[in-house]
Write a protein that binds this ligand. Sequence first.
Ligand SMILES: [Ca+2]
Ligand SMILES: [Ca+2]
Length: 300
Amino acid sequence: MKKTTAFILTAILFLSILTFPVSAAGKKISCNYISQVNSYPTGCESVTTVMALRHVGIDISVNSFIDNYLAKAPNPYYQNGVLVGYHPDKYFIGSPYNSYSYGCYSSVIYNALIKFVDQTEYSVEKHNGVSLQYLCENYIDKDCPVILWATMSMRNAWVNVSWIDLETGNNFNWIAPEHCLLLVGYDDNYYYFNDPLVSDGWQKAYSRSSVEKAYNALGQQSVVVKRKEKPKVYPVIVDLNGDEIFDDQDAIYLLFNFYFPDKYPVERNCDFDNSGSITDQDAIYLLYYYYFPDKYPVSE
Ligand SMILES: [Ca+2]
Ligand SMILES: [Ca+2]
């Protein structure tokens, strides 16, 4: 039985791959663009975050985000000949409204967001150390742009200043030229960003290798705001295995039925794809229905 199960599972996966609608590699999300130039010289994190918020329908101005929610601390300064300051994991260093400031890391943006984003409707997610591929598969492919830390124009990173963290006493190295921008797409050669810093910043393309380098240099930081998925509604409950719920197991049960009808009987009409006969394709169709009930309807 175990072998049979494995065979059937392999078969259903294989058939899914063969028949599933596959799109070409790549994706671009159309997302309104906001420039940081002029008003927010060092406000890349806040401007990028507001682009992400507006994309999911949360209307807020950049000024309101900065003034009301962003934790800010003064620029580093000398104390007894030692440069001291705060950590960009906890505060924006300086002011996003002027050019003589630094910036902040993902936890500051995350903490700002959870102050006001309604978490019954949205989820705010912070990632450290995941691959760009992970972000593309889990967010970009699902129309959710990603607030991403990298460098200006994906230039090479370097440590341009160090200070002593006033709160921990540890040395901190500022990695320049720090930048935050909105990942909106990818294909085989490029990642695409709404880059708030450049004049042609809407869906700006940067080579995959340059983005990977810059993203790694800033510690692989990202934040996502996404609308929570509403539970799927199945107009018709197709319970074939008798557990009174409809899920992907019923599609697998139907495949069992196709191979071993005596052992896995079904009582209802299972010609889900309306082909006139019951074949393994009906099991595949039922799996489609499970994932996309609106697109692949079944009748009572
Ligand atoms: Ca069931
Ligand atoms: Ca059929």
